[in-house]
Design a protein around this ligand. Structure first.
Ligand code: ZN
Length: 460
């Protein structure tokens, strides 16, 4: 979490630094939690106007560049002093840019969190589904909102007056511990006067804060101190004393580090080794250092089981839940990830596999449901769905979503061999199917005498 500070960050620098030289502030892994040990990828969901000529137009490219420039540098290496409580392994210093999707046209309006659907967590979830973004535990999914987007506190106060935050879903779409976060482009309390024009400086600085924190405290049970402050919080808006006027800004911005030849203004991070905020662990100089990447981050393989060749090549990956596989392995070809840009609408859906012509007929009002079902069908359930009437559902393996019709109302099914509702769990596939349709499953014991239970998917 990075709290807003309505401060002149330059003027406030000295007092922050003075208060930081204090070993009692050191981070503790009191709960023995895990750090991020394997390389971490970042995927971005941009909401709002990030078009090239907009005020936020530089942000997507700069965020990508920052990741590629900082991976495996002495700068990012500050995190490696922090180890996992259980394994003792150090935090990774390898990070990757995985891609971005853009939600344009303000489909949720310019004030978010006015409904449950527009809370950060739910925007992230629905974007993952709508864009078919591959989901795995080694990627963090960030919602980044443009500077004309604000948040209500009426429904969910999930930005908490912050500049950004990192957190995780304990489980989503059958993937455990999915990391996500949010960053605003706020030019008020979060503003930094960096080397680039526009809010990109602010987003990159906030992102740097969240990257260091996510790596060292991904599940909020590893490296934080007794006040809950993490590696970035202890040095929030502290940029050190080595700032120079930028060579590239037209607005008089500053920079304090050069990564792979590019200027950045990024906050310091807490180092237990020296009990102070550092730009990187061994840096004690007064001019902006150059921390060249030893091995520039490239992304030959996004996640285990995923292969990519060429910048816009399709991703191919197997189901992330082998237990749901019904036969020989099946792969799905998704849209290119790196340049994916889809404006979601309720009436059009991309054909996911143009080669084989897989496509689904979709009629209102089921299109909204279909967007959720699409991912389930193709990546999780691996089957064809044919809902022939309100009471029967067939799931056939190995072909995908060639036919789907909307159940007009609630439907039910009988599960035999289960003595009562408390004994048996709901069959996973049908539970997912029901939830994808916006329903919820109930169970009743009216058939207990025949050793069966009745599940109903209520869609009202
Ligand atoms: Zn923080």
């Amino acid at each position: 979490m990075l709290k807003k500070q309505a401060l002149n960050v330059m003027a406030n620098r000295a007092s922050l630094q003075a208060s930081n030289a204090n070993a009692s502030m050191n981070l503790l892994n009191a709960k023995n939690g895990l750090v991020v040990e394997p390389p971490l990828s970042f995927y971005f969901i941009y909401y709002g106007d990030f078009s090239a000529t907009s005020v936020d137009g530089q942000t997507p490219a700069l965020v990508k560049q920052y990741i590629q420039d900082s991976s495996n540098t002495p700068y990012l290496n500050t995190v490696s002093q922090y180890t996992s409580g259980t394994t003792g392994k150090p935090t990774t210093t390898t990070i990757y840019y995985a891609g971005a999707s853009f939600i344009t046209g303000y489909p949720y309006g310019k004030v978010l969190a006015t409904t449950t659907d527009t809370c950060v967590a739910n925007i992230v979830k629905s974007a993952i589904n709508s864009f078919n973004i591959p989901l795995n535990t080694n990627t963090q999914y960030y919602l980044i909102t443009s500077s004309d987007v604000s948040f209500s506190t009426a429904v969910c106060d999930d930005t908490n007056n912050a500049c950004g935050y990192h957190t995780f879903f304990p489980k989503y779409n059958n993937v455990e511990q999915v990391l996500y976060g949010w960053i605003g482009s706020d030019q008020g309390g979060c503003f930094v006067n960096g080397p680039y024009n526009g809010p990109a400086n602010t987003v990159v600085n906030v992102f740097s804060h969240e990257v260091f924190e996510t790596l060292t405290d991904p599940y909020i049970d590893a490296w934080n101190n007794q006040k809950g402050n993490e590696i970035g919080d202890l040095c929030n808006f502290n940029f050190g004393s080595n700032q120079l006027d930028s060579k590239i800004s037209t607005s008089g911005g500053k920079y304090n580090i050069i990564l792979n030849g590019h200027e950045y203004l990024v906050q310091l991070e807490w180092s237990n080794l020296v009990a102070d905020c550092v730009l990187f662990t061994n840096f004690t100089g007064t001019t902006p250092p150059t921390a060249v990447s030893a091995s520039p981050a490239v992304l030959p393989s996004l996640v285990p089981g995923v292969s990519q060749s060429g910048s816009n090549a399709p991703l191919v990956f197997p189901s992330n839940d082998p237990s749901l596989s019904t036969g020989a392995s099946q792969t799905q070809t998704l849209q290119p990830r790196a340049s994916q840009s889809v404006n979601p609408t309720l009436s059009t859906f991309p054909s996911l596999n143009p080669t084989t012509g897989v496509c689904v007929s979709c009629f209102e009002p089921i299109c909204r449901s279909y967007k959720r079902i699409q991912k389930l069908c193709q990546t999780t359930l691996q089957g064809t769905f044919t809902l022939t009437n309100s009471t029967s559902l067939s799931v056939a393996a190995k072909t995908c979503c060639t036919n789907m019709k909307n159940p007009s109302a609630s439907f039910h099914w009988i599960q035999t061999g289960i003595p009562n509702c408390e004994y048996g769990g709901i069959p996973t596939k049908k539970l997912l199917w029901c939830e994808a349709l916006g329903g919820h499953v109930t169970c009743d014991d009216s058939l207990a005498a025949t050793n069966g239970v009745k599940y109903t998917c209520n869609r009202s």
